[in-house]
Design a protein around this ligand. Structure first.
Ligand SMILES: *Cc1c(COP(=O)(O)O)cnc(C)c1O
Length: 401
């Protein structure tokens, strides 16, 4: 895991598979290949036992009961199942959802589709740090409100929503709360009872597990329609033969996050602060996007004045893996919907990159990554004839070389 090239600082996009998690998967790709539904024989029962254990491990991370865990193909499916499942099961009398403008597209595009189909959606605006206030949620509630869907932590800017306070409101008002906890789950304790969460989405590949598996926590008694019809697996909520190798390793990934998440968070926070310090010592014109303290330990979303984030990300890409806050559409490079929602200046939004520190990063990597990024930022600014002419950009001696 040490000495990886490029230095991997894109842990919000996906995390490397923990070697212990990889080991947990292998037997189920090999001798223990059984179908978890074939419980008449030992090969099937081994597979079922592995899934039972994993279900226990996932549930335990959330303070839930194993019967409340539905395995899915990942968080995109979990988010779709939660929202479309609720809409279909309840949609006649209660057809109003409350969400925010900064959700992951798995929530956002799902709700946009439901909106087209006639459901009502309130899109709460966030503040400059990317947060909604509990009062905004309370004010948006109507007699027809079915559920609130708000992510625990934002995947781009790392901002944490006040889920506990929002959960308390939802409980008091008799409204369901779904949270996409994909980014939060590796380092933050999210007990579903303490937070009054009714549905919660997880993805293994953001928790040092494999891609292609995730879970939806569904509180006992919450009615949901399935997305797929079929063999009736997962209590009828998710038909399809269970991917035992993925599930077994996802279970261990959750157990490890439960045991080590707090220590991981402390290390990631120290490394993130070191990274920020080195970047701001070396460069002017660096701003933090998102909240200063209410954010994921490992997430640093920064804007560099005088350049474009996607150019920087590509130029450092051989040595440091980071991602930009903009996505190329057909004709132009557009800041993401999240950066837009913060109300940033167009230029600041364009200059954004996301650096995500994870379990396996080292101090030495952080120092090398900061040096590389600072060097390329300086070079890009020197090549930008406009940079340095505006006092706000921060004069760095552009053109000296
Ligand atoms: C990655 C991510 C998803 C999608 O998860 P997949 O398992 O890749 O489908 C959903 N929500 C958030 C916040 C994410 O970061």
């Amino acid at each position: 895991m040490k000495g990886r090239t490029p230095i991997y600082l894109d842990n919000n996009a996906t995390t490397p598979v923990d070697p212990r998690v990889l080991q947990a998967m292998l037997p189920y790709l090999d001798d223990h290949f059984g179908n978890a539904a074939s419980v008449q024989h030992a090969i099937g029962r081994q597979a079922k036992d592995a899934c039972d254990l994993a279900r226990q491990q996932v549930a335990s991370l959330l303070g839930a009961s194993p019967r409340e865990i539905v395995f899915t193909s990942g968080a995109t499916e979990s988010d779709n199942l939660a929202l479309k499942g609720l809409a279909e099961a309840h949609g006649d009398k209660r057809n109003h959802f409350i969400t925010a403008t900064t959700e992951h597209r798995a929530v956002r595009d799902t709700l946009l589709r439901l909106e087209k189909q006639g459901l009502k959606v309130t899109w709460l605006e966030v503040d400059r740090e990317g947060r909604v206030a509990p009062e905004q949620v309370e004010e948006a509630i109507t007699p027809r409100t079915l559920a609130v869907s708000l992510m625990a932590a934002n995947n781009e800017i790392g901002t944490l929503h006040p889920i506990r306070a929002i959960g308390a409101i939802c409980k008091r008002r008799g409204i369901l709360l779904h949270t996409d906890a994909v980014q939060a789950a590796s380092t933050l304790r999210l007990d579903v009872d303490e937070h009054n969460v009714d549905l919660l989405s997880l993805s293994a590949h953001k928790m040092y597990g494999p891609k292609g598996v995730g879970a939806l926590y569904v509180r006992k008694g919450v009615r949901l329609a399935p997305l797929f019809d079929g063999g009736g697996h997962e209590r009828g909520l998710r038909s399809g033969t269970l991917p035992v190798p993925l599930i077994a390793s996802f279970g261990l990934a959750c157990e490890l996050c439960g045991k080590e998440g707090e220590a991981d968070a402390a290390r990631a926070l120290a490394l993130r602060q070191r990274l920020w310090q080195r970047l701001t010592e070396a460069l002017d014109g660096v701003t933090l996007n998102g909240h200063a303290t209410e954010r994921l330990a490992g997430n640093l979303n920064v804007s560099f004045a005088g350049l474009r984030g996607e150019v920087l990300a590509v130029l450092v890409g051989e040595s440091v893996a980071i991602s930009s806050g903009s996505a190329c559409t057909s004709a132009s490079v557009e800041p993401s919907h999240v950066l837009r929602a913060l109300g940033l200046d167009e230029e600041v939004a364009q200059g954004s990159v996301r650096l995500g520190v994870g379990r396996f990063n080292t101090e030495e990597e952080i120092d090398r990554a900061a040096d590389t990024v600072a060097r390329v930022v300086t070079r890009l600014r020197e090549q930008n004839p406009l940079y340095g002419m505006r006092p706000s950009a921060g004069w760095t001696g552009a053109g000296v070389e």
